[in-house]
Design a protein around this ligand. Structure first.
Ligand code: KIV
Ligand code: NA
Length: 262
């Protein structure tokens, strides 16, 4: 089981492996295989069919985090703080404290760079471990007018480096870098001394994270460029359900091995 200290020691060493999970069943399949499990607010889309992450609530995140903790007892777990639950220090502290008091999660994650540094500092100074999240930030989708890849210009790369330095300085133990060109993610990773966890950020980060339902091919509504499918989950499930329906309709299921006799 990873700790904040052992996670930090991965900087410049073996890349950290992170996957999301939303429920106990899948979390138990990932337990002891990955370094960290993130209960991402991406569940609002992939689990709950919403258009974006904005309507995820604290209540929903706590519910899913409890389930993931029950399923993955040997893995370091991070709970995403949903939109609107950390807009000032007092509110952030209240809501992040719920994660520690009501679940067994080890850390919280919040989106934002320099502008969120005071919030990160308030949490870390009150002994709540924080993973930061910079670059493309899905909770900013409406205010930004869409999802835009970051770090294409030198000016933007320098902005991202300042964000990364600010969250490190504020006490974050690690930072997700999402939707950033590879060169920018490499320079950020070289600049700061906490591990960077990339998603759509190329191969030079100190770790990688993918959304489980994307990388296992269950979520078909939308597939970003950076998602590699390691399984065709949706096709496998649908073929199995088709076979079940056919056998029931033909009265070939249940066959003798699945039937009680006297
Ligand atoms: O919600 C989520 O799954 C995330 C990851 C994409 C980093 O924030
Ligand atoms: Na998220």
């Amino acid at each position: 089981m990873k700790t904040i200290t052992s996670i930090k020691q991965h900087k410049g060493q073996t890349p950290l492996t992170v996957i999301t999970a939303y429920d106990a069943l899948f979390a138990s399949l990932f337990d002891q295989k990955v370094d960290m499990i993130l209960v991402g607010d991406s569940l609002n889309m992939s689990f709950n069919a919403k258009q974006d992450t904005l309507s995820a609530s604290m209540e929903v995140m706590l519910y899913h985090t409890k389930a993931v903790c029950a399923g993955a007892k040997e893995t370091f777990i991070i709970c995403d703080m949903p939109f609107g639950t950390y807009t000032d220090e007092k509110m952030a502290l209240h809501n992040a404290s719920l994660v520690y008091s009501q679940t067994n999660a080890h850390a919280v994650k919040i989106e934002g760079g320099i502008s969120r540094a005071p919030i990160i500092k308030a949490l870390t100074q009150n002994s709540i471990a924080v993973m930061a999240h910079i670059g493309l930030m899905p909770q900013y989708v409406r205010s930004e007018g869409g999802y835009k890849v970051r770090g294409r210009s030198e000016e933007d790369i320098l902005t991202l480096i300042e964000d990364a330095k600010a969250v490190e300085e504020a006490g974050a133990f690690s930072v997700v870098i999402e939707g950033v060109v590879e060169e920018a993610a490499r320079r950020i990773s070289e600049t700061i001394s906490i591990p960077t966890i990339g998603i759509g950020a190329g191969k030079y980060t100190d770790g990688q994270v993918l959304v489980w339902s994307d990388m296992l091919g269950f979520f078909q509504a939308f597939q970003p460029k950076f998602v590699k499918r390691y399984l065709e989950g949706a096709t496998l499930v649908q073929n199995a359900v088709d076979a079940y329906v056919k056998e029931v309709q033909e009265r070939s299921f249940p066959q003798p091995p699945y039937t009680y006799t006297k």
